[in-house]
Design a protein around this ligand. Sequence first.
Ligand code: SF4
Length: 126
Amino acid sequence: MHPGQPCPFSSAGKCTIYAERPVDPCRKFVCGWLAPTSPLPEWMRPDRSDLIFLPASFVWRAIPVDVAVAAGPRPKAKARAWLEAFSRDMRRPLLLQSDGEWHAYGPPQFLREMVEQISAGLDPTR
Ligand code: SF4
């Protein structure tokens, strides 16, 4: 429910209120790894990579931006490296949240704008 923090209803890897889970965010949420068109390999499953991939989470200058947020203490280094390579190879800007900080990948202008937003205390994904 909050990036980097486990849901209070999550216990032993399961939802304790699954039948009654709220519409927003739970029922509306589509995990990028589970999406039918997901480019992520099997080992990037959130409980293995410690990150959640949100493809085309927002649009910057008509370009879809992928967002990845920590789903554990921090994303695994291998998962982070995979996403960085995917962003570079596919030319898709990426915002990755790790250790409570945002890391931006993409064209120089995208990086500048994200730094400005983050420095101003704004949520870069909005
Ligand atoms: S489905 Fe919703 S309520 Fe249940 S563990 Fe996940 S985030 Fe929490």
